[in-house]
Design a protein around this ligand. Structure first.
Ligand SMILES: [Zn+2]
Length: 87
């Protein structure tokens, strides 16, 4: 089976080239960052699993993007659903 992704520890060594390492670190930084809670509006949302986000303050748990809580395509889809509903 082909390996998917690059193990994190191995990125500390000079391997795979500069670009994938840079990209991986940029994505990881996004995934580890704290985001605003859609329910209580505090900057306390952290990723607990791939695509699952939880607010540390109110405990609100929701699904979202793999690396960020809301992806641009999710926003577009949501807008399309709202438009279809109102008709
Ligand atoms: Zn919250």
């Amino acid at each position: 089976m082909p390996r998917i992704g690059v193990p994190r520890a191995k990125l500390r060594v000079p391997r795979y080239g500069r670009r994938p390492r840079k990209q991986y670190e940029a994505i990881l930084a996004k995934a580890k960052a704290r985001y605003k809670c859609p329910r209580c509006n505090t900057q306390k949302v952290v990723r607990i699993r791939l695509g699952i986000w939880r607010c540390k303050k109110c405990g609100f748990e929701f699904t979202g993007g793999a690396w960020v809580p809301q992806t641009p395509s999710a926003r577009t889809n949501y807008a399309a659903i709202m438009r279809a509903r109102s008709q």
